[in-house]
Design a protein around this ligand. Sequence first.
Ligand code: SF4
Ligand code: SF4
Length: 115
Amino acid sequence: MMLSSVVRNLFSKPATRPFPVSARTAPDGYRGAVAFEEDVCIYCGACATRCPANAICVDRVAKSLDFDPFKCVQCGACAEACKKGCVQLQIDYQHPVTVHGTVTFHGAPKPTEAP
Ligand code: SF4
Ligand code: SF4
């Protein structure tokens, strides 16, 4: 009994993927890391209003947007709320970091990113 299982396992395909050599690709619609297209943003604040985690802060007067990826639960509400289509949930995981930082950009042409 045990011998037959050993022989069968020797000649059968592996039950798991040999990650990271063979990584599974995320399906369409996967809610991964949040990305902003700052050039398109009009700083209306709709994304911040809909965010249940308070991860987005928009200053409409100063034309700035702060995003805290550590608060984000990747629900996708901001992407649904943004009429300009400048928020997307990528088909990629939120990458780990060693320092807590927020992403900030302004109405000025050049965005700045905190560490
Ligand atoms: S909803 Fe879109 S356009 Fe409005 S502030 Fe958020 S990212 Fe910018
Ligand atoms: S995905 Fe959800 S939690 Fe993350 S910033 Fe957008 S609305 Fe907030």
